[in-house]
Design a binder for this molecule. Structure first.
Ligand SMILES: Cc1cc2nc3c(=O)[nH]c(=O)nc-3n(C[C@H](O)[C@H](O)[C@H](O)COP(=O)(O)O)c2cc1C
Length: 195
C-alpha cells in the first residue's frame, strides 16, 4: 500500500493547522490509507549548518531526527504538510526541515546529476496553511517556497487548503466547514495517491 506522511509544522499542539491536518489525516485513514505522522515540534532537528557534508553522498551528516524524517519523506507517496503563516512564510519548524532537505537537493542535482527542470513526479502533496490576516497576497511567498521544496521531493502540489482570518488557538473550530473541507480533501487525497 502507498504511504502518506503527514507533517505538522505548527509550534502549537492544538493549533489551527494541526486541527485541519488531523481532519485530513482522518479522511485519509477512513479511505483506507496508511498514514504516518511527524510532529516537528517534538523532534530534535538542527537548522542547516551549510557545511555541505552532504556533497559527496547527498546524505546530511548532522546526526539528529532529520535522518529519520528524511527516510520517511523518501519512502512516502503522498505528503501532507501543514504550517501556519509566520511573517509571510512557513513556521520556523517547517523551514528548518525544508533547509535540511538541501541535502536531498544535492543528492538529486549534484550526486545523481538530474538535469534541472527534468520532472519525474513520484509524489503528491497536500499543503494546509492558515494566517491571521486577510490580505490577497498572504500565501504568495509561502507557495513559492513550497514549490521549490516540493521540487526536491519530486512532488506535485495536488491541492492547497489556505484559510485566512484565523489567529487564536482553536479559531478554526468556529468554521466547521473548513474542518469538513479538510476531511473530504484528505479522503480524496488518499484515493489520488493510490492511483
Ligand atoms: C511569529 C508569528 C508570525 C506570524 N506572522 C503572520 C503573518 O505574517 N501573517 C498573518 O496573517 N499571520 C501571522 N501570524 C499569525 C498566525 O499565522 C496565526 O495565528 C495562525 O492561526 C497560527 O496557526 P497555528 O494555530 O496552526 O499555529 C503570525 C504568528 C506568529 C506567532
Amino acid at each position: 500500500m502507498k504511504k502518506i506522511l503527514a507533517i505538522y509544522g505548527s509550534p502549537r499542539r492544538q493549533g489551527n493547522t494541526t486541527l485541519l491536518l488531523n481532519q485530513a489525516v482522518q479522511g485519509a485513514l477512513d479511505a483506507g490509507a496508511q498514514v504516518e505522522k511527524v510532529v516537528l515540534r517534538d523532534l530534535k532537528m538542527s537548522s542547516c549548518l551549510e557545511i555541505y557534508g552532504c556533497k559527496e553522498t547527498g546524505r546530511c551528516v548532522i546526526q539528529d531526527d532529520f535522518q529519520g524524517v528524511s527516510n520517511q519523506l523518501l519512502a512516502c507517496h503522498g505528503l501532507m504538510l501543514a504550517s501556519p503563516i509566520f511573517f509571510y512564510t512557513v513556521s520556523a519548524h517547517t523551514k528548518i526541515l525544508m533547509d535540511r532537505c538541501q541535502s536531498l537537493w544535492i543528492k538529486k542535482y549534484w550526486v545523481d546529476k538530474i538535469p534541472l527542470g527534468q520532472r519525474d513526479l513520484k509524489r503528491k502533496g497536500l499543503f494546509i496553511s492558515v494566517g491571521a490576516t486577510r490580505g490577497k497576497r498572504l500565501f504568495e511567498g509561502t507557495l513559492l517556497t513550497l514549490k521549490y521544496f516540493f521540487d526536491i521531493l519530486d512532488a506535485e502540489l495536488w491541492k492547497a487548503l489556505l484559510y485566512r482570518g484565523l489567529d487564536f488557538e482553536g479559531d478554526v473550530l468556529k468554521h466547521p466547514e473548513y474542518l469538513q473541507e479538510a476531511y473530504g480533501t484528505g479522503k480524496e487525497f488518499a484515493l489520488a495517491v493510490q492511483t
